[in-house]
Design a protein around this ligand. Structure first.
Ligand SMILES: Nc1ncnc2c1ncn2[C@@H]1O[C@H](COP(=O)(O)OP(=O)(O)O)[C@@H](O)[C@H]1O
Ligand SMILES: [Mg+2]
Length: 245
């Protein structure tokens, strides 16, 4: 099983949007796919029309049976979801209370390995104990970035954090998200993509109203508008993602 985390220090950069569409693409390509909605705001659960409530709350971190019982099927073949739960606000507390050599997230991931080919982690924003656990266990940490100077600094901070904590097992890749061709700064950053290799992937996701409307349809765009521009862009991103794992 490969673990792909959509992660950033920042909120509102396109993590959940990418998770939902990439996971749907993975499943349509025949991979048994699970999305774990780790953000207590529950946006990924919302897009898949699944209630963001887990019986047992964060106890699922400690009990394999509860974890497996919390998994829900989605409307899409091969694609399951582990919903968010409001108790994930306290995930940090649980992780901070870990004893030496205890590895809650790692154990959960381990117990999912037989059933799934790909696990997507839709992460909450922030840099924390959870981020450390994610860097420890993800094969690929994928960072959506709006092409602005602040976003570029954010990527640097994430990379520095990873080096400082010696969490260098996972591969890190970023991609430009919400690219607005009318904005000069966006164009300027996108032009510099070559300098940012191999960190920055070539695929980019444009700022499009069809993506915003995903919230009304509550479904992956790659399912509802497979020939639309956003779906084409997500497919390109997916090609690069599978080449990186
Ligand atoms: N490519 C895009 N074009 C236009 N709106 C977008 C795009 N990607 C995301 N959005 C919108 O921006 C908001 C934040 O996106 P989301 O994926 O939830 O970010 P995150 O998970 O990083 O907080 C949502 O309302 C979403 O619909
Ligand atoms: Mg999100």
């Amino acid at each position: 099983m490969k673990v792909i985390a959509l992660y950033s220090l920042k909120g509102g950069v396109g993590k959940t949007t990418a998770t939902v569409n990439l996971a749907h693409l993975a499943a349509t390509h025949g991979a048994r796919t699970l999305v774990w909605d780790l953000d207590p705001q529950g946006a990924a659960s919302f897009y898949f029309r699944i209630r963001d409530k887990v019986s047992g709350g964060r106890k699922i971190l400690y009990k394999e049976t509860l974890l497996h019982r919390a998994i829900r099927g989605t409307n899409y073949e091969l694609l399951d979801l582990l919903p968010a739960d409001i108790s994930y606000r306290h995930l940090e507390i649980a992780l901070n209370a870990e004893r030496k050599h205890e590895d809650l997230l790692g154990n959960c991931i381990q117990s999912l390995r037989q059933e799934y080919d790909i696990l997507f982690l839709d992460c909450p924003p922030g840099i924390s104990r959870l981020s450390e656990a994610i860097f420890r266990h993800a094969d690929l940490v994928l960072i959506p970035s709006i092409p602005t100077i602040l976003s570029m600094r954010t990527i640097k901070r994430i990379i520095d954090f990873r080096s400082k904590k010696k969490l260098t097992n996972s591969r890190v890749r970023a991609f430009f998200s919400m690219v607005d061709r009318r904005k000069r700064m966006h164009i300027a950053w996108v032009k510099r993509i070559e300098e940012m290799r191999p960190l920055m992937l070539n695929a980019r996701i444009s700022a499009l109203s069809e993506v915003e409307r995903m919230g009304e349809q509550r479904a992956p765009l790659t399912a509802t508008h497979p020939t639309g521009r956003a779906s084409m862009e997500f497919r390109k991103l997916w090609q690069e993602v599978i080449a990186s794992i």
